[in-house]
Ligand binder design. Structure first.
Ligand code: NDP
Length: 508
């Protein structure tokens, strides 16, 4: 992590973007150094001055154009998401394009109300009044991962812009072209060019962005990098939101609808090739339903069609986006099998070209296996038999991560009770993944899954400074506690305080 004075020059070899399903290069982008990043942040700051002065309604009207242009050019974006991200067309549409269009519609409609001043009634000092006033932070640095290269950074970007900020985005080196396409659409929507800019590069460019004078950092990525980002922000006292890794458990109760549970878990484990921070990463099934559940998940998994969606044709599971991630999946599965887990289906990397790992279901998993403890981030569903729902909740909570969690039961009351006991930012009952697509709900984790929330009114207000304004309601010459301090005032205040805060006369 570079600091203001010690940032070493960054390596300048360009970054080549690759189609992970074919291994073919798609294009290249520069690896930008600290000086360039600093210039970009400075020009974004200048553009923010005028933008921040506009009313929220005016900003919302202009940002809405982005969603309109996006929908007219949806195929172009989907095509690139498939080619650079290895996704299926349906995932590119539903989890990326539609998600952003809906988010923009939602926040452009509701932001003015969400960021309207909030009165704070004062319980004691009735002669004065307080309210919260939300003002833009300035320049927001968005640092993004490769698994949702459009919906994560562009959703954050649009929220930051609506709130009156400028944005500088550092996309992952694995998926830089999608970020460039998003900016193309932004420019086509006739938004101010310097207000939203992109700095491409490797990890060092992300570090340089934090060091370049931003006012807020929205980071999404791994726990390891998140800790570095938190330290760098801490050193500069820049507030940050950290959206980090997950290890979502699915608790399957004795009374679960097993067909629904099996289908949900299969989709939740394999969608986006399992490269979702909210993926079903471990299943705890109570003994009475365990075998039937495994059988159904295996049946579902075996029916999936895996392949290169960029070649056309219907595909359920696309390519993985990054070779290092395939190595990680291979290592975790091999270690689990060596420790006694059973491969019910899948269990190996497919021969190239392209980065494919077979949709894999493991049974006989134990809590001490890495596959049940570390983030897999690939198409693998490890399943463990448990005695009871209580044991499942205990094991679900036995993790350093806590982003999403899932409970399957036909008894809604039981579902809510269990949900409230599981340590996670979001717990869904009888469903998986979906709430990222609900812009009105907060997204974020507990424990090492992160700090802060994105989306929802909480995420939008986090894009702002919360200013507290306190003003007079009636004109008084002076306050009673001001100088000079007098014995009489002391006695009167003490009498008043006893009356207010002591035992009430009628309670004595
Ligand atoms: P990384 O942490 O490796 O990278 C995230 C971003 O940080 C990338 O743009 C990366 O650049 C950049 N970066 C790397 N080093 C630094 C640094 N020192 N300072 C600043 N920025 C840096 O994560 P991945 O891209 O591998 O993403 C996968 C992870 O993201 C998983 O753990 C997943 O769970 C998590 N995630 C969390 C989500 C959530 O909402 N909680 C959502 C989606 C993913 P570069 O790529 O060029 O190295």
């Amino acid at each position: 992590m570079g600091s203001a004075s010690t940032t070493t020059p960054l390596p300048s070899s360009p970054i080549v973007s690759i189609n992970p399903a074919t291994g073919q290069p798609l294009g290249e982008v520069p690896d930008m150094g600290a000086d360039e990043v600093r210039k970009v942040v400075a020009s974004a700051r200048a553009a923010q001055q005028a933008w921040g002065q506009l009313s929220i309604e005016a900003r919302s009207r202009r940002v809405l154009r982005f969603a309109e242009v996006l929908m007219t050019r949806a195929e172009e974006v989907i095509d690139l998401l498939v080619r650079e991200g290895g996704k299926t067309r349906l995932e590119a549409l539903g989890m990326e394009v539609v998600l952003v269009a809906d988010l923009v519609r939602y926040f452009t409609k509701h932001a003015a109300e969400m960021l309207a001043p909030v009165p704070v009634p004062l319980h004691l000092m009735k002669h004065r009044a307080s309210y919260l006033h939300f003002t833009p932070r300035g320049v927001v640095g968005v640092i993004a991962p490769w698994n949702f290269p459009f919906s994560i950074p562009i959703g954050e970007t649009m929220m930051a812009l609506i709130a009156g900020n400028a944005v500088v985005l550092k996309p992952s080196e694995v998926t830089p072209l999608i970020a460039a396409k998003a900016r193309e659409i932004y420019l086509a929507a006739d938004l101010p060019p310097e207000l939203f800019q992109i700095v491409t590069g490797r990890g060092g460019t992300g570090a340089a962005l934090i060091d370049a004078g931003i006012d807020f950092c929205v980071f999404t990525g791994s726990v390891a990098t998140g800790k570095k980002v938190a330290a760098a922000c801490g050193e500069r006292l820049i507030p940050c939101t950290l959206e980090l890794g997950g290890k979502a458990p699915a608790v399957v109760c004795h009374d679960a609808d097993l067909d629904r549970a099996a289908q949900a878990i299969t989709w939740g484990g394999f969608a986006n090739s399992g490269q979702v921070c909210a993926s079903v990463e471990r299943v705890y099934a109570v003994g009475s339903v365990h075998d039937q559940l495994v059988e159904r998940i295996v049946r579902e998994a075996k029916s999936l069609r895996q392949g290169d969606a960029s070649a056309g044709g219907e595909v359920d599971v696309g390519a993985m986006a990054w070779d290092r991630q395939v190595d990680n999946v291979e290592k975790l599965v091999d270690a689990a099998v060596a420790a006694g887990a059973k491969v019910e289906t899948g269990g190996k990397r497919k021969p190239g070209p392209g980065l494919f790992y077979e949709p894999t279901v493991l049974s006989g998993c134990r809590q001490d296996m890495d596959v049940m403890r570390k983030e897999i981030f690939g198409p693998v569903i490890p399943i463990m038999r448990v005695e009871s729902e209580d044991e499942a909740v205990k094991l679900a909570n036995d993790s350093h991560l806590g982003l999403l969690a899932y409970v399957f039961t036909r008894d809604r009351e039981r579902g809510r009770r269990l949900a409230e006991r599981i340590e996670a930012g979001t717990v869904m009952v009888n469903d998986v993944l979906n709430t990222y697509a609900c812009p009105e709900t907060p997204w974020g984790g507990v424990k090492q899954s992160g700090i802060g929330r994105t989306h929802s009114i909480l995420g939008l207000r986090d894009m702002c400074e919360t200013k507290h304004v306190n003003h007079d309601r009636v004109s008084l010459g002076r306050e009673v506690w001001w100088y000079p301090y007098k014995d009489g005032t002391f006695k009167a205040l003490l009498r008043g305080a006893r009356l207010l805060f002591g035992k009430r006369p009628w309670q004595r």
